[in-house]
Design a protein around this ligand. Structure first.
Ligand code: ATP
Ligand code: MG
Length: 403
């Protein structure tokens, strides 16, 4: 049995009035884009939900892409029947008989939207429950914890049946809460942070720092692959700004190679990311930092690094532990890319004992003695290349000028 349509319930309980309308319109757009390769589908938005008529397309083709769209709380494949009692019974029995494994217990829940229908809810429950009990040997009714709850909606144009409710990705459609710059490394954490930021409705501009030729071209390709993976959730290309950091690092290391080197380098990375964010209309920086993971992610380190910029820094993973992060990265499909070997710019010139307790005053006074630093940051920004990472394209990504 192939369902006739899919009932999609739109999420975010907290939204009201105009915000809700805007939200629902945006989710519908994202749904249509995610299912763009199936022109036979028809969409009927209703308050708080969307009906997608399959017109022969199989449900299994659309369930995967639908599960990735943000703003959907759940969805169900729905079977249609005409309103004659015999047709309702045939549909209910047919649906129950097709289930694998065969359910041991069930319950019928009828919603009578069409108030002039000659049978009331109670009678309908009995009518449908009775025919299922007769048709499926051994099955029992359990109103508290049934294996299957068969829901029927009696409307004036016909009846709808469903029993399966799949949880959606939740959150907000990408872009409905503004834009942020994601500091994207080749590791496990930052792509997950990017995913969570997008799920909360942020559009992303990804920023990656590389130390070519010390870090390889392959490492850069890996970051592009990660951005491409994220673009699947964005519903369109993600712009990836590739910042060359080698000259700045070399100059900094020549001036100072001690335990505060990473703190100083990270402050420069933050300042550059903040300027790229501002130039692209992004109101925050997102990082994959998680408290305590490495020397630069202790509270004193994060504070000393954060103090380099005024723009808010969002750290979706700050209180998540590594196993949770890995589980999430496996689920969203970035893990298998992240674990491929790569070199990160931060490991170049890494001091043997990076400070876990940097003092802001000390760090600032060291920067005062590096008058060339501002120019090195300007130069890195000027030489930044922007790539459009698009899930649809596998060959070379389009390049564009920075601003
Ligand atoms: P990840 O797995 O995301 O690389 P990590 O645990 O390895 O994180 P760090 O290398 O200390 O931690 O990086 C912390 C955060 O700083 C990253 O999550 C990312 O947001 C940012 N970052 C680190 N390296 C880069 C880079 N080369 N380009 C852009 N951002 C970076
Ligand atoms: Mg890293």
């Amino acid at each position: 049995m192939n369902p006739e349509l899919v009932l999609v319930r739109l999420g975010e309980l907290t939204l009201k009035g105009r915000n809700r309308q805007r939200f629902e319109r945006a989710v519908l757009q994202h749904i249509k884009r995610a299912l763009g390769e199936f022109p036979e589908l028809e969409y009927k938005p209703e308050f708080g939900r969307v009906k997608i008529y399959l017109n022969g397309r199989s449900y299994s083709d659309i369930a995967g892409p639908l599960a990735a769209v943000f703003g959907i709380s759940s969805f169900s494949p729905v079977y249609a029947a005409s309103l004659e009692p015999e047709a309702l019974q045939a549909a209910a029995v047919g649906l129950m008989q097709a289930l694998e494994p065969a359910p041991r217990t069930f319950k019928v829940s009828v919603r009578r939207v069409n108030k002039s229908y000659p049978y009331d809810t109670h009678e309908l429950n009995r009518l449908l429950g009775g025919c299922i009990l007769r048709a499926l040997p051994g099955i029992k009714v359990d109103v508290h914890r049934p294996d299957i709850e068969l829901k029927a909606e009696i409307r004036s144009e016909g009846a709808l049946f469903y029993h399966q409710v799949t949880e959606g990705a939740g959150g907000f459609p990408v872009g409905t809460n503004g834009k942020a710059a994601l500091m994207l490394s080749g590791g496990i954490d930052s792509p997950v942070a990017g995913y969570l930021a997008m799920r909360q409705g942020l559009e992303l501009e990804a920023v990656h720092f590389h130390s070519y030729p010390y870090t390889s071209e392959r490492s850069q390709d890996k970051v592009k692959d990660l951005a491409r993976k994220l673009s699947q959730y964005a519903g369109g290309p993600v712009r990836l700004h590739m910042v060359p950091l080698t000259d700045l690092q070399t100059a900094m290391h020549r001036a100072y190679g001690g335990n505060l080197y990473i703190t100083l380098l990270r402050r420069s990375m933050m300042r550059i990311a903040a300027r790229i964010a501002e130039a692209n209309g992004a109101g925050a920086i997102v990082t994959g930092e998680s408290l305590g993971q490495v020397a630069s992610q202790t509270l004193p380190s994060m504070n000393a690094i954060n103090a380099a910029v005024r723009i808010p820094v969002i750290r979706p993973l700050v209180c998540m532990e590594k196993r949770e992060i890995i589980r999430l990265s496996e689920r969203i499909g970035t893990y298998e890319i992240s674990i491929l070997p790569h070199e990160d710019c931060c490991t170049l010139f890494l001091p043997p004992n990076p400070s876990t307790n940097p003092k802001l005053k000390v760090v600032e006074s060291m920067e005062d003695k590096m008058p060339w630093l501002k120019e090195a940051e300007d130069s890195a920004i000027l030489r930044t290349e922007t790539v459009h990472a698009d899930a649809e394209r596998t060959e070379d990504d389009a390049l564009s000028a920075f601003f």
